[in-house]
Ligand binder design. Structure first.
Ligand code: HEM
Length: 502
């Protein structure tokens, strides 16, 4: 009988498979712009959709931005900010069904109302929300002028001094990112994942809290939400510490065989730091936090990508058949090897397109360190918090044709794998600039291999009548799970006659 399962479990599959098939990350194609894309930027004022003016009426209240707060922001900002950034009035109906925490959804609605840049009062803070590739490029590329800011503030309790949120030059003068995490169903299997999810939800909640009461340590000891978060972080840290202890044992027994010179020349700085720390006890806390950054940033992101890619394929049978036929042709029934990955072109495009529609995380956060003028002549003051809505950029009809549709072929199969450079920041699933994801190539390889193995061996269909809604915990995930009926598939003979119940 076909069995139901939740796709979030794919994070497990992705983590299991990469050990066997992946060797070294690489760029699979040269970089040229995809052929069929069009762009209109906010720099071109004639093409913007700033449909509402700053004088719009504000009618109802919201947890994100109550009327009085929006009004206050508006009055405080008169003369302080360049008036050509419209102020969004956040209304209760925009967010009332989203209290689970999918702030990126109303951000999309407000983009349609106010255009590719607007100001939003969120709790005591105000954000400039950016949905324009040219402005995103400016902010992300100018790391230094723009730092992590709020992200570092609200997730310090989890990441400690790990490089994912460290300001400055944690990775050899390179920068940082926020990485991600999420699921729900995997939680059943892993209390650690559950704890990470709790902690990331907490970080997200902190970013929209009206009062940052969690800065007062005594309050954290008595407020249930904080007690839960603290418990979660303790569990995560204990697990990472145990992992480090185990690794140290391995290094101590095997370490003698490692040629230090070779490692100094070839090894990633973070691994080097790990090896050095394990031998010299340099800083076990720093090590723990760095490792935690890597694990948190890399785990659930790929799992979420696989979840949404399978969801999209389940709703587009012709793309699914095309992907399975490609897998059969390229792999001829065997497991994928490194060389096969570059021939799985359509499958790769399905993943790219899935990351366009469901980017993880959907929003990137930065804080202006100095006053600046954004492309389009929008002035921002030092200290200004900025949200770059990747979700908005990826779904904007001003940026993409048939923006809301799943069209893997929009990225030329014979062209380069799309990235921020060859799309001029229209496609930024791994961010861009100095703090871009450090695991991007690895993550793509991991996703391709995991998906190829799954599609090679399994057929699946959506369980009908599900209410599939989105929420966030850094990545986009489903509120109530996403259920599929799966059945064994035999890659040969032909696809159509191969399905049988498992
Ligand atoms: C499909 C999977 C993944 C996605 C969508 C993703 C996405 C991202 C994004 C958007 C950022 C930048 C955030 C920002 O600019 O604020 C980031 C940063 C980061 N990612 Fe990933 N990531 C993925 C997989 C991975 C993996 C597998 C690893 C590690 C093995 C990883 C490690 C990191 C780290 C360490 C950072 C912080 C970099 C820094 O601060 O300089 N990511 N990721």
């Amino acid at each position: 009988m076909p069995s139901s399962f939740s796709l979030s479990s794919f994070s497990l599959l992705s983590n299991l498979t990469h050990h066997h098939y992946l060797h070294k990350p690489t760029t699979l194609h040269p970089t040229n712009p995809p052929h069929s894309l069009s762009i209109k930027s906010s720099i071109d004022k004639s093409s913007t959709t700033n449909k509402k003016s700053n004088d719009d009426n504000i009618k109802s209240s919201s947890w994100v931005s109550p009327d009085w707060l929006t009004s206050l922001t508006r009055s405080l900002t008169i003369g302080q900010y360049d008036s050509n950034i419209p102020i969004a009035s956040a209304k209760l109906e925009d967010v009332s069904d989203l209290l689970g925490g999918a702030l990126f959804l109303p951000l999309f609605k407000w983009m349609n109302d106010y255009g590719p840049i607007y100001r939003l009062a969120a709790g005591p803070r105000n954000f400039v929300v950016v949905s324009d590739p040219a402005i995103a490029k400016h902010v992300l590329r100018n790391y230094g002028k723009y730092a992590k800011g709020l992200v570092a503030e609200v997730s310090e309790f989890l990441f400690g001094s790990g490089f994912a949120i460290a300001e400055g030059s944690a990775l050899d003068g390179e920068a940082q990112g926020c990485g991600s995490i999420s699921p729900q169903e995997v939680l059943v299997y892993s209390p650690v994942i559950n704890a990470v999810y709790t902690a990331l939800k907490e970080a997200e909640a902190r970013s929209t809290d009206l009062l940052p009461y969690w800065k007062i340590k005594a309050l954290c000891k008595i407020i249930p939400r904080q007690i839960k978060a603290e418990k979660a972080v303790k569990l995560i840290r204990r697990n990472v510490e145990e992992l480090i202890t185990k690794c140290k044992e391995i290094v101590e027994t095997e370490g003698e065989r490692i040629n230090e010179e070779e490692y100094l020349n070839e090894t990633d700085p973070s691994i080097l730091r790990f090896l050095l720390a394990s031998r010299e006890e340099v800083s076990s806390l720093q090590l723990r936090d760095d490792l935690l950054s890597m694990l948190v940033a890399g785990h659930e992101t790929t799992g979420s990508v696989l979840t949404w890619t399978l969801y999209l394929l389940s709703k587009d049978p012709s793309s699914l058949i095309k992907a399975q036929e490609e897998i059969d042709t390229v792999l001829q029934g065997r497991p994928p090897g490194y060389e096969d990955v570059k021939n799985l072109k359509f499958l790769t495009r399905c993943i790219n397109e899935s990351m366009r529609l469901y980017p993880h995380p959907p929003v990137l956060i930065r804080r202006a360190q100095v006053a600046d003028v954004l492309p389009g002549n929008y002035k921002v003051n030092a200290g200004q918090d900025i949200m770059i809505s990747v979700y908005n950029i990826h779904r904007s009809p001003q940026v993409w044709e048939r923006a809301e549709e799943f069209v893997p072929e929009r990225f030329d199969l014979e062209g380069p794998v799309p990235n921020e450079t060859n799309t001029d920041f229209r496609f930024i699933p791994f961010s861009g600039g100095p703090r871009k994801c450090v695991g991007d190539q690895f993550a793509l390889l991991e996703a391709i291999v995991a998906l190829a193995i799954f599609l090679q061996h399994m057929n699946f269909e959506l369980v009908p009548d599900q209410n599939i809604s989105m929420t966030t915990g850094a990545t986009i995930h489903t509120t109530n799970g996403l259920y599929m009926k799966v059945s064994q598939r035999h890659s040969k003979p032909a696809f159509a006659s191969t399905s049988s119940s498992s």
